[in-house]
Design a binder for this molecule. Structure first.
Ligand SMILES: [Mg+2]
Ligand SMILES: [Zn+2]
Length: 168
């Protein structure tokens, strides 16, 4: 199976300064998120979300707050008729040295164990920060950098999420 590994914050929904997240009650989707995910599903991509949530470990938000937002995130997409294969997140502190915080490959490796038929050659990572591109580089995968500049040879820089549809 081919997979679109999508960063969440700043890629599918709006991101905020770390200290503002505790005031956020609703995920705010970008205008082209639903249409883009829809089209990816139509083209037989499974959607896996991989998100660094050091906000939890570092105390910016509680686990309950994360769970509430994650539930609303999935409900919104379910209502839009988009099925998400899975969501992985890293709750650890940035200084913790865990193997899952992007650009480390722990979350993708878990996905590969859970879904052994993932074809990494046909899959890609999309994200709005350099850690997403570095993750792709560490996995030897294609990536799309959303308003992030990178010289990774397998990366394509895009300005809007829906721009990646031209390439996949
Ligand atoms: Mg992001
Ligand atoms: Zn982690």
């Amino acid at each position: 199976m081919k997979v679109a590994f999508c960063d969440r914050d700043g890629t599918l929904i709006k991101d905020y300064p770390d200290e503002d997240w505790r005031f956020i009650e609703e995920p705010e989707f970008f205008e082209d998120t639903v249409a883009t995910l829809h089209e990816l599903r139509k083209r037989d991509y499974e959607i896996i979300v991989i998100s660094n949530q050091y906000l939890i470990g570092e105390g910016y938000i509680t686990q309950e707050h994360y769970d509430m937002l994650a539930k609303k995130f999935l409900e919104y997409l379910t209502n839009a008729n988009i099925s998400i294969l899975n969501v992985y997140y890293c709750p650890h502190r940035r200084e913790e040295g865990c193997s899952c915080i992007k650009p480390n490959t722990g979350m993708a490796e878990r996905a590969l164990v859970e879904y052994p038929t993932i074809d990494m050659e046909k899959s890609f990572v999309v994200g709005n920060t350099s850690v997403d591109i570095e993750l792709a580089r560490n996995l030897g995968m294609k990536s799309f950098g959303l308003e992030v500049v990178s010289d990774y040879c397998q990366n394509t820089n895009i300005k809007r999420l829906n721009a990646l549809l031209k390439y996949v």
